[in-house]
Unconditional design. Structure first.
Length: 368
């Protein structure tokens, strides 16, 4: 007779899922979806393009969140039916399918449980990530590009929209810096634990002697906020520079001076954009990011917050949060949480969920 007693495992999942539903507040979520749906159905919605995008994006995020919760409940019910069928038919193949689905549900519910820890003021906002090459010369520039690909691959694997806003290529290889937006439910809360200095140790592919090289890159994460438009930035406070978009090795990718760099003179904040085809579009995108940075700064000052959400990151030995070691051994280790894996290539290909979950739990423990 087939032995498939998963009663305790199912009961544990049901209990965790009940807690998650309580935190998510499904009733409130459904009410919010109804409100946003009414706004999205207004005939004059697209008279204000920016507001329309905010409404449709918020609606999509809420619908996705509700669908995820409902899907889990349905899958739990189906799993119990599958277990019964396997036991009644004494069918090992069906039993194996049930065990596989149980493991998948444990992973999905675990991920959703971590998301319930994201209760910061801006955790549900899209994230704007800026990566800058630090100490280490051409290896650091190459490492910065590896990190950019890593985050874009992570977004792709999860079906999240990622938009590269600006890339400054290094002369020999890699990038000096890059800025990109990831638009997903709780993108900022999820990815903010990635902010800090990342360190790479490897045999340099750029040195003739092939010596082991240590290089650094800084990752900054800020929320892209809807209310950023409420921040008025006088024209006299901004220096606007326009330049030609360029590709790797300084190759021009645009025959017009469409890229825009905004410098906020009172704070020294600099934002560059070259993703859009026109100067007007790039300036609008740059202004939105600048306003988000200024709003974040303003709210920190008003609340007397000492902790900087984007981090004051130097990209050197003093502020490391994760090490990627390719030689003399293979390991990626988070220096805050002690979470580590032995397959760097998998991590660089976007397998970040373990590090992110450990980082969110670590942050929550520190807050408590």
């Amino acid at each position: 007779m087939l032995d498939l007693d998963l009663t305790q495992e199912i009961a544990a999942l049901r209990s965790t899922f009940r807690d998650i539903r309580s935190v998510v507040d499904v009733d409130a979520l459904e009410t919010e979806i109804a409100r946003l749906s009414e706004q999205a159905g207004a005939p004059d919605l697209w008279d204000d393009t920016e507001k329309a995008q905010q409404v449709t994006s918020a609606l999509s995020h809420r619908q996705s969140e509700l669908a995820r919760v409902n899907s889990i409940e349905s899958r739990l019910d189906d799993l119990e039916v599958l277990i019964e069928l396997a036991q009644e038919a004494d069918d090992e193949e069906t039993a194996a399918e049930a065990r596989t689905e149980l493991a998948a549900l444990q992973q999905t519910i675990g991920d959703l449980e971590v998301q319930t820890l994201l209760d910061g003021e801006w955790d549900d906002r899209p994230a704007v990530i800026t990566i800058r090459a630090g100490a280490g010369g051409v290896d650091a520039a190459d490492f910065a590009e590896m990190l950019m690909r890593m985050y874009l691959r992570w977004a792709e694997q999860h079906g999240y929209k990622a938009t590269v806003m600006d890339t400054s290529y290094a002369e020999e290889a890699g990038i000096k810096s890059a800025t990109f937006e990831i638009d997903a439910p709780y993108a900022f809360g999820t990815l903010s634990v990635e902010a800090g200095t990342h360190r790479l140790v490897r045999m340099s592919p750029f040195g003739a002697a092939g010596k082991r090289q240590t290089s650094f890159a800084a990752v900054e994460v800020i929320p892209l906020m809807e209310e950023a438009g409420a921040i008025e930035v006088p024209e006299s406070d901004i220096r606007v520079d326009v330049f030609r978009s360029s590709g790797p090795g300084g190759q021009s990718v645009n025959t017009t001076d469409s890229a825009v760099r905004l410098t906020h003179l009172p704070t020294g904040i600099v934002v560059s954009m070259q993703n859009e085809k026109s100067q007007i579009q790039n300036r609008a995108a740059a202004m939105r990011v600048l306003q988000s940075r200024l709003l974040l700064l303003q709210k920190e000052q008003e609340a007397a917050q000492k902790k900087e959400l984007a981090g004051n990151i130097t990209a050197s030995w003093g502020d490391q949060m994760r090490s990627y070691v390719l030689a003399p051994y293979q390991m990626v280790k988070d220096l805050r949480t002690e979470y580590e894996v032995g397959n760097p290539s998998q991590v660089f290909d976007g397998d970040l969920d373990g590090f992110i979950a450990a980082g969110i739990k670590w942050r929550k423990r520190k807050q408590d």
